[in-house]
Design a protein around this ligand. Structure first.
Ligand SMILES: NC(=O)c1ccc[n+]([C@@H]2O[C@H](COP(=O)([O-])OP(=O)(O)OC[C@H]3O[C@@H](n4cnc5c(N)ncnc54)[C@H](OP(=O)(O)O)[C@@H]3O)[C@@H](O)[C@H]2O)c1
Length: 368
């Protein structure tokens, strides 16, 4: 039985926040629950960038009941005028007695000042309840707001021997329907989906979100130094915007052809290959804070080597395809096992016959 205490209400606020995953753009997911004398009087989530914050929805619902109430908020209430007025001012104006905050806002515009403002007005503020859960919920936002570089999650479907296709390049399907449904849910929850030119040429994927209920399509990003993507490729159809990252070496004619087919072509570095850091920065400048990198192995390997992978979700199917088949991470690896990329695994989940291993690459010097 779940006990009725501060954690119960904060968990509810976190669940409310998480429901909006994928629809807040570069903004964080935030939930708020307002409780007065043992009753929930207001509940809200931030649903869309530019629209009301979670506290405002919850306080509007609470109305006059907000006076003397406790507000549970998953992220520090803002203190600055952004697209909406400061939530800390609104909490003060409503006469809320106590505010429980899961985590401080890493946004340099806030970073503790919202909490300080509440305290200065005499509101009791407790910080840190379910903080780890709240930080995990907004891992992409937390990274993007301080670096300007989108948080990259590498998702790959692999055989048990670490291959992403057969020796002929055939890859449909490695994993089963329930893994693929999970991947479409991941697409809905990311702002962009990225593949290399090799995958476009091999599979001609559409890279849209296809679920039993309508989902959101992320921006599609193709990493293509020589603009080998054919103008008729499905990734260029009208279902979603497409950005092609290329190099200064790419022919202007080819740029124009892809632009005419609907893509935004962005030159990232002198070549011969796309400068992935510059490419991610360019995506950040376009308001993209999270990227789901769906391969193939060459792109995965480059992202990992460049230290650009924030998270990995590796879906393993109970299959073995043997020699000659492409590997999930194609890069010239280290000589010594001690120099291998270490992944801190946080979960192993079953999807039908498959297993999804989720983890975070450790930076050199971190971990054991
Ligand atoms: N199982 C899965 O989850 C999965 C997912 C995707 C693909 N696949 C399979 O993987 C195979 C294709 O994989 P792939 O590894 O050949 O293709 P890829 O990783 O999708 O594309 C690699 C290509 O991207 C271009 N590129 C440009 N800049 C780059 C950079 N900085 N780093 C890396 N690549 C860069 C390069 O081509 P240019 O030099 O011409 O630009 C490179 O050859 C297919 O058989 C496909 O079916 C499987």
């Amino acid at each position: 039985m779940e006990l009725l205490n501060d954690a119960f209400y904060m968990r509810l606020a976190l669940q409310t926040a998480a429901g909006a995953a994928g629809q807040t753009g570069v903004n964080p997911m935030v939930g708020c629950v307002v409780v007065k004398e043992g009753r929930i009087v207001g509940i809200g989530a931030h649903l869309k960038r530019g629209e009301a914050h979670a506290e405002v929805h919850a306080l509007n619902m609470a109305g006059s009941e907000a006076a003397g109430a406790t507000a549970y908020v998953t992220l520090e209430p803002c203190s600055h005028y952004g697209r909406t007025p400061p939530c800390s001012d609104r909490l003060i104006a409503e006469g809320v007695r106590r505010v429980v905050v899961a985590t401080e806002d890493p946004n340099p515009l806030v970073a503790g000042s919202g909490i300080a403002r509440l305290r200065a007005s005499g509101i009791e503020v407790d910080v840190g309840l379910l903080g780890d859960e709240a930080r995990a919920l907004n891992e992409a936002f937390n990274h993007f707001i301080v670096t300007g570089i989108p948080f990259v999650t590498v998702k790959t479907a692999l055989t048990l021997d670490g291959r992403i296709a057969t020796r002929t390049g055939h890859s449909r399907w490695i994993t089963g329907p329930s893994s693929r449904e999970a991947v479409h849910t991941l697409r809905h929850r990311h702002q962009a989906i990225m593949v290399g030119a090799g995958t476009v040429l091999a599979d001609d994927p559409e890279l849209t979100t296809r679920l039993a209920v309508p989902g959101l399509n992320p921006v599609r990003v193709v990493v293509d130094s020589r603009l080998r993507t054919p103008p008729g490729a499905r990734v260029l159809n009208a279902a979603a915007p497409t950005v092609v990252l290329t190099t200064d070496e790419a022919e202007e004619d080819a740029v124009q052809r892809l632009a005419a087919a609907g893509a935004e072509v962005v030159r990232c570095g002198p070549g011969p290959r796309v400068d992935l850091t510059a490419g991610l920065k360019a995506l950040g400048e376009r308001g993209i804070g999270s990227v789901l990198a769906e391969g193939g192995g060459v792109l995965n390997g480059s992202l990992l080597e460049a230290g650009l992978v924030g998270k990995m979700m590796l879906f393993y199917a109970p299959k073995i395809v043997g020699d000659g088949a492409p590997s999930g991470f194609a890069f010239s690896g280290p000589e010594q096992m001690g120099d291998a990329a270490n992944i801190r695994i946080v979960s192993i989940e079953r999807y039908g016959e498959d297993w999804c291993v989720t983890g975070y690459p450790e930076r050199r010097g971190e971990g054991g």
